[in-house]
Design a protein around this ligand. Structure first.
Ligand SMILES: Nc1ncnc2c1ncn2[C@@H]1O[C@H](COP(=O)(O)OP(=O)(O)OP(=O)(O)O)[C@@H](O)[C@H]1O
Ligand SMILES: [Mg+2]
Length: 274
């Protein structure tokens, strides 16, 4: 069964046309995806059982669900690191392994290379791609600037706060110009204030250009609603909820919790996560 995102009944004063202009091409498709892990000696463990999910290009989707519900497993499939035991995953219409050049990854504690400065960490992926030095330097400086870290270009990772390190990781991911951003709790390790400013920087960047497709896993339901176009709840191995976040952009993150729509969506989804 394929679920299309639904919308909670709109409040009478919503007055907004549904669906913003965006490309309808498919960026990621999970087709009846099942996953059973076999463990050493133990009984096989079924984690996913028929996940159907289609992400349009340019769409920002947040995946939420209890710990162990299989969110990271789904991301690993998109990365081509694991294959589903049933069903299939396609990325930009291809096998995930063949689509890797389109992907940018970011994790909760993104490892920066300790022997490289902030700037040279941002350059790293470009270096692997063989981008000439002058060009990669200017691209890296541009993205360091975009995350407000131009002043820190020469600092080593151990001289940066966790929030600064995650911003360097964000710049490094963006510098590769990926069509699809795959993020596994990228801001989870940050304290609340830092998290809010890094989140804001992130949505501002995302909104400032033609939208990249984002698949974003988070434990924080509030973060999911604040950032995403669509929140998908994974539970019992399946998609149990797929909800469009009809809160207009640009969003002012510190204030979004005051929005009545935010509260309605929050309460609804909280009930679905259980
Ligand atoms: N390589 C593996 N071998 C065996 N079991 C695994 C493997 N990877 C994940 N699992 C199991 O699959 C289940 C789902 O794991 P997964 O990491 O996808 O969950 P998650 O939703 O990301 O959880 P969390 O929110 O805690 O990060 C867990 O029970 C986990 O122990
Ligand atoms: Mg996980």
């Amino acid at each position: 069964m394929t679920m299309t995102p639904h919308t909670l009944p709109a409040p009478a004063d919503a007055g907004r046309a549904p669906g913003e202009a965006r490309e309808i091409d498919e960026a990621i498709a999970f087709n009846g995806v099942g996953m059973t892990y076999s463990t050493n000696g133990g009984r096989p463990r079924q984690v996913l059982d028929g996940v159907d999910l289609r992400l349009a290009r340019g769409e920002f989707t947040a995946l939420v669900g209890r710990s162990g519900s299989g969110k990271t497993t789904l991301l690993n499939m998109v990365a081509g690191l694991v294959d589903p035991t049933s069903g299939s995953v396609t990325v930009m219409g291809r096998r995930p392994r063949d689509a890797r050049p389109h992907l940018g990854f970011m994790l909760a504690r993104d490892a920066l290379l300790p022997w490289r400065s902030a700037l040279r960490n941002v350059e790293y992926g470009l270096e692997l791609r063989g981008v000439p030095k002058a060009e990669r330097r200017s691209v890296a400086l541009h993205w360091l600037d975009a995350v407000h870290l131009r002043h820190a270009e020469r600092l080593w990772p151990w001289q940066l706060s966790q929030g600064m390190r995650q911003r360097v990781a964000l710049a490094r991911t963006w510098a590769l110009d990926p069509d699809i951003l795959v993020m596994d709790e990228p801001f989870a390790a940050l304290d609340m204030n830092t998290r809010q400013s890094v989140q804001q920087r992130f949505v501002d960047l995302w909104q400032s250009e033609e939208h990249r497709t984002v698949l974003f896993v988070t434990h924080d339901l509030g973060e999911a609603i604040a950032l995403a176009d669509r929140v998908v709840v994974i539970g019992g191995g399946r998609v149990v909820e797929d909800l469009k976040v009809d809160i207009e952009r640009p969003r002012d993150l510190p204030l979004i919790t005051l929005n009545r729509r935010y509260e309605e969506i929050y309460q609804h989804l909280r009930g679905r996560i259980g």
